[in-house]
Design a protein around this ligand. Structure first.
Ligand code: PHB
Ligand code: FE
Length: 317
């Protein structure tokens, strides 16, 4: 028997069964609509949206449902950024308080994620999300991202808590050398980013490893598919450190496919602010995401002070 809880978020209603999350919403046509998402895909997206506090800009769980971060309020939408749904009036969107959305989404994770399923893990590393209600996986859901205030230290990720992931076994980590004037040892440190990342126990979850004003280096290890389609509200940069990631790039408002991008080690890619992107990594790989965390960015872009096109980003006010 299905004993999963049902959730209401303003006019959206969510239920789950063994295989699917069901999202019910009113539409412009006057008819209610039901949208289904595979439960493991839905929970992986939901987990990231909560863990990232709604991220920058748009997080689409799939082509239909998602959120837009307005930094204080959150637009929750269904069908609005899907060309056919939108044209046919089969859409609904509401601007809701961030706390309200966060609470409902967190409760959904706590009730719907089962003990053997880790939404942050690669498929080969976790059990199944499907099936009837059983005990929860509270530790995995509330895992905190690394958020450094300056720069991470190698000691932050070591044995036995953080073993080198199977996907990176055999990788050689070559350290630099430091020769420090006696008395100044505490002021210097070495980090081998490859080893640091090889010990990451999550996928598709950028963690902030260095901060310089609003410039954040957020490297991450990737495997399988980015569970969300990200429509950033500002330009962001990707540097492929190893392995390969293919990106599907679509128009942010309609979902129309614009490009495929294949990134190999050393490749650098700047994503403009009017698209959505989703990455596919056939093997575990390392990606550096470089974000601009200037809180004034959305407003500056709206006013035309900063182009959303990286090609035009010559000077910034
Ligand atoms: C992104 O949307 O830019 C993104 C999100 C998570 C990742 C990598 C990239 O792990
Ligand atoms: Fe992104």
């Amino acid at each position: 028997m299905n004993t999963y809880k049902e959730f209401q978020l303003s006019k959206f209603r969510f239920t789950r069964d063994d295989y699917f999350a069901h999202i019910y919403f009113p539409t412009q046509t006057g008819k209610e609509m039901e949208h289904r998402v595979d439960i493991d895909a839905f929970l992986k997206s939901l987990q990231r949206d909560v863990a990232w506090s709604f991220f920058y800009g748009m997080v689409k769980f799939d082509d239909v449902f998602g959120t837009i971060n307005h930094y204080g309020t959150v637009e929750v939408f269904a069908g609005k950024y899907h060309k056919t749904f939108h044209q046919s009036g089969f859409w609904h969107a509401e601007e809701l308080g961030r706390g309200e959305v966060e609470r409902t989404f967190t409760q959904m994770l706590e009730d719907w994620v089962s003990a053997e399923f880790d939404p942050f893990a690669a498929p080969r590393e976790t059990g199944s999300a499907v099936g009837p209600k059983r005990s929860s996986n509270i530790d995995a859901i509330h895992r905190k991202r690394v958020l450094t205030t300056r720069i991470v230290k190698q000691a932050d990720r070591q044995e036995p808590e953080y073993p080198v992931n199977d996907g990176f076994k055999g990788m050689e980590f070559k350290y630099g050398e430091m020769h420090i004037k006696p008395g100044h040892e505490s002021k210097f440190g070495l980090v081998n980013l490859y080893e640091y990342l090889a010990r990451s126990d999550v996928t598709w979850n950028p963690s902030i490893v260095s901060v310089l004003e609003h410039s954040l280096f957020c490297p991450t290890t990737e495997e399988h598919r980015l569970p969300i389609k990200h429509g950033n509200d500002r330009v962001e940069w990707f540097v492929q450190l190893n392995g390969q990631i293919d990106w599907e790039v679509c128009d942010q408002k309609t979902g129309d496919l614009l490009a495929y991008v294949r990134m190999r080690p050393g490749d650098v890619c700047a994503m403009p602010s009017d698209i959505q992107h989703q990455g596919f990594a056939p093997e575990r790989s390392m990606l550096l995401v470089w974000e601009n965390a200037d809180p004034k960015m959305p407003e500056k872009i709206r006013k035309g002070e900063v182009p959303g096109d990286p090609d035009k980003m010559v000077t910034m006010k």
